[in-house]
Design a protein around this ligand. Sequence first.
Ligand SMILES: NC(=O)c1ccc[n+]([C@@H]2O[C@H](COP(=O)([O-])OP(=O)(O)OC[C@H]3O[C@@H](n4cnc5c(N)ncnc54)[C@H](O)[C@@H]3O)[C@@H](O)[C@H]2O)c1
Length: 258
Amino acid sequence: MNSFAGKTVVITGAAGGIGQSLSLWFGQRGARIIGIDKSVNAAAALTALEDNGIDAMFLRLDIGDIAAVAEAFGELDRVDVLINNAGYSNHHVLRLTTPESWAEEINGNLNGAFNCAHAAIERMKPQGGGAIINIASVNGQSALGDPAYSAGKAGMISLTRTLAQELGKHGIRANCVMPGTVRTPLWRERAQKDPEVLKTLERWYPLGRIVEPKEVAEVVGFLASDASSAVSGAVIPVDCGLSAGNIVMTRELTLEDL
Ligand SMILES: NC(=O)c1ccc[n+]([C@@H]2O[C@H](COP(=O)([O-])OP(=O)(O)OC[C@H]3O[C@@H](n4cnc5c(N)ncnc54)[C@H](O)[C@@H]3O)[C@@H](O)[C@H]2O)c1
C-alpha cells in the first residue's frame, strides 16, 4: 500500500472532483501531495486530505500564470510525479466562443500544462527521472463540444508525445489519459436536477455507465508507478469503451440491441 512512500506527487486541479480522488489515491499510498488549484475550495480539499492522515500542501495559483508556476515549483524540494489535471471549459460551442475566451481557455488548459511540465522537468532531471501524466479528454480526439477546451486537450496529447520523445534520455516518462464522462460532483449535481441526463449519456458507453473518479486514479497510478516502467508516450482512454466506436450508430446500422 505504501508504494509511493518518499515520493512527491504534484497534482494540478487538486481541489476538483478527479483531483481530490487522485490526491487521496496517491496520499493513501504514502506520497506527499502538493496540490495546485486556483479555487477557494483548495482549503477544504486540504483539510479532507489531512483528516485522512495524508501529508499534503496546497498552492493557490493559476497554472496559466507562468511566473507563479515557476516560483511555486522553485520552492519544492523534489518532484517525482506531475499530474496535469487542471482543466475547464466556459464556452460550450463555437458560436459562443470569442477570440478572448479562446485564448483564455487555451492558456488555462494547454499552456498551463506546459508551464507545469516545463518547471517540473527542471526538478526531475537532476533527480534522475520522474513521471508526467496529462489528463486530457475524449474531447481531444473527437468533436464533442467545448471547442477551445477540446483544442487544448488535443494539444495535451501532442505535448505528451513530445515530452516522451525528448525526455526519455533523462529517465522521465510522459503519458496521457483521456477520460470520458466521469461521475464528479458536477455530474452528480446535474443528475440530481435531471435523473434522465445520465441515462441518456450512458447509451453512448459500451459499458453502459460513466467512469468513477477512482477508476481514473487507478490508471494514473499505474502510469506513475514502476509497473509501467517501459510505458512512455501512451494515450490511454479511460472512457468505458466510448473511443472503441460509435455504439449508438452501430445499433442503428445493425438493427441489433447491443
Ligand atoms: N469530469 C469529467 O467528466 C471529465 C471528462 C474528461 C476529462 N476531464 C478532465 O479531468 C480533469 C479534472 O476534471 P474534474 O471533472 O475534476 O473538474 P473540476 O472542475 O471538478 O476540477 C478541476 C479543478 O481544476 C482547477 N483549475 C482549473 N483551471 C485551473 C487553472 N488554470 N489553474 C489552477 N487550477 C485550475 C479548478 O479550480 C478545479 O478545482 C480536467 O482536466 C478535465 O478536463 C473530466
